[in-house]
Design a protein around this ligand. Sequence first.
Ligand SMILES: [Zn+2]
Length: 153
Amino acid sequence: MALFSRLHDRRYCAFCKVLRRVYVKKHVDVTNVVGAILFSTSLAYTVWGEPDPRGLVIFCLFIVGSEFFVYARWRTAIKCKMCGFDPILYKKSQALASLRVREFFNEQVENPEFWLTKSPLLRVQKGIRQNEKKAIEMQIMARRSSLPQSKSP
Ligand SMILES: [Zn+2]
């Protein structure tokens, strides 16, 4: 357990290679434990007027709640907001991580706010739209060429 652990750091996404700022603090550190001791001791003195074993229970609940909060914050922040890639899920199942990125892509394509970001997925979506546009143009050209030529006056 470190005395002080760094809260933020800049990391590259392994999938879209975007540099982003993420929470890197994964567990509570010594300062959190000292804070919980001070908090539970002062609360025990305030409520019961003397050191009380119930203060130890408050301390344990506080530490468990802090650990849960810090870990949940780290876990949600580790997922890339630009592409939806989750490296923890990738370690467990590559297919599931791929599916999540695809779901994220399909959801965000409909989101107008996402089009204002610098996500590399937008390049992919622009390519898909250009291919669709070309396919429609080819269909129109094919129909025009198959129609009988009208006689000019
Ligand atoms: Zn990413």
